[in-house]
Design a binder for this molecule. Structure first.
Ligand SMILES: [Zn+2]
Ligand SMILES: [Zn+2]
Length: 467
């Protein structure tokens, strides 16, 4: 026994103790232990109900409670033959009915305490939280059998509390409805199913599986990826302290709630992606990478459907994604040839008639200055980018026969670069002009704006260039 917890699987117990001493996180599975009963106190003012006429006290105070008492007694007599879940206990070596003696009186007490508590708190401002916490404390006090064997007496407790809320709160119809929703939610949940559903590992697995299928490498969604990886929506509400147990209750979302959330998030996320906007924004050269991403995800969905057991609700988002990817696959494969034919028919016109001549002159000049030196490029000769730009612009205007003015100041070049600059200017000239260099006085004299040539005659400049 550890506290109120009786371990029924000795191997698990050994592992549990070893881990506890090693300060590891403890991994005792709920199939390996049994939680015993604890007591829940009634409100201070509580007194057993008493029939004013007959003087009989609870549970003999009235017909309703008398019948309830009989039903509970009958149930415990038959326990564990009362239901299929409990019948399984008969074959367990650790099971001993004696340990449950007293559960009938515990049930009677707790039902009466709860009835009193509900009426006692119903007019308080925080009536709902208060009653909710009290009922939760009562539920916990029934303990827990190892997984698969249910809880002893809890279903009867919940049945009678629900019954009381339904018939005993007629003066508070709105509050009654809210409490009924709360208690029915607990009542309708199969305890075994509930435990499985709130299994943290399973929730994480479900969430990660969703992450894997989402198109986070696509534009618009990329920015969202981190957010979704870091904030996993596993908690149902903020953790709060139950005033009756002092336990912090962290309630995990149920598997089904998580999945319906994922269905909603899927819709939200895919709406962020806008393929046609991407195309008109001219990111068309990225189409290949979108296509690859989409094909990868489609493959992943296909493989996941074969290898993973998605439940029906989960399949909703899987199918939505599947369709969405297929739509985009179709869109991109249709749009791609259209874009490339548009580009190939558009570009020659464009190039020949307007933009390209200027670009070509400039790029020819820049290309040669880029290779004037292996690593330094134009910086080998020019001292500043401004100087370089002024000179390139000047040459562009010259070769394109536009108006130009020679710079006011001489452009100072780095020393010992004269020959190389000369050679480079010669190649540029040969590429951009058909007129013989020697007789092109206009060009040669233009070069006097460079410090290397400022004091030379045109003929001397010619000689340097052709060295
Ligand atoms: Zn009664
Ligand atoms: Zn049973």
């Amino acid at each position: 026994m550890i506290g109120n917890c009786r371990i029924v699987n000795p191997e698990a117990a050994l592992k549990f103790v070893t881990e506890m001493y090693a300060c590891k996180s403890i991994t005792l599975h709920s199939k390996d232990f049994e939680l015993g009963f604890t007591d829940i106190q009634p409100d201070k003012e509580y007194e057993k109900p008493q029939n004013k006429k007959t003087g009989f006290v609870y549970p003999n105070c009235c017909d309703y409670h008398t019948r309830m008492f009989e039903a509970i007694t009958k149930w415990f007599d038959s326990f564990p033959n009362c239901c299929d879940t409990h019948k399984k206990l008969l074959s367990q070596k650790w099971f001993n009915k004696k340990q449950y003696y007293g559960v009938e009186s515990k049930l009677l007490n707790q039902i009466s305490y709860s009835e009193y508590h509900i009426l006692n708190k119903i007019n308080k401002e925080d009536w709902f939280e208060d009653i909710e916490e009290y009922i939760e404390a009562n539920i916990l006090s029934f303990g827990q059998l190892p997984e698969g064997f249910g809880v002893v007496g809890l279903d009867l407790y919940l049945f009678y509390v629900e019954n009381f809320i339904e018939h005993g709160l007629n003066d508070y119809s709105e509050k009654k409805d809210k409490l009924l929703i709360f208690i029915r939610e607990i009542n309708n949940e199969n305890p075994k199913k509930k435990r499985e559903e709130s299994d943290l590992n399973k929730l994480k697995h479900t969430y990660n599986r969703w992450l894997k299928l989402m198109p986070f490498s696509l534009p618009y969604l990329k920015e969202k990826e981190k957010e979704y990886r870091e904030s996993i929506p596993l908690l149902n509400a903020k953790p709060r302290i139950n005033r009756y147990t002092n336990l912090v209750s962290v309630s995990l979302v149920s598997q089904s709630k998580l999945i319906s959330l994922l269905n909603i998030e899927t819709q939200k996320l895919i709406q962020l992606f806008n393929a046609s906007e991407l195309i008109s924004a001219g990111i068309s050269n990225e189409i290949n990478s979108y296509q690859i991403e989409i094909e990868n995800r489609l493959l992943q969905i296909g493989v996941s459907k074969l290898t993973e057991a998605f439940d029906n609700e989960e399949l909703k988002y899987v199918e939505v994604l599947n369709k969405w990817y297929k739509l985009h696959r179709k869109y991109f494969s249709k749009i791609k040839p259209l874009i490339s034919s548009q580009e190939s028919s558009a570009s020659p016109n464009f190039d020949k008639k307007e933009k390209t001549p200027k670009r070509t002159t400039q790029s020819v000049i820049e290309e040669y200055f880029e290779v004037i030196h292996n690593s330094q490029g134009w910086r080998y000769a020019f001292r500043s980018k401004d100087d370089y730009r002024i000179f390139v612009d000047l040459l562009v205007c010259f070769f394109e026969q536009k108006e130009y003015t020679t710079p006011a100041n001489i452009i100072r070049l780095n020393t010992q670069t004269k020959t190389k600059v000369g050679n480079t200017l010669h190649v540029i000239y040969k590429e951009l002009s058909e007129a013989p260099l020697k007789s092109n006085i206009q060009f040669l004299s233009l070069l006097k704006c460079l410090s290397h040539f400022s004091n030379l005659t045109e003929n001397e400049i010619y000689k340097v260039l052709t060295k």
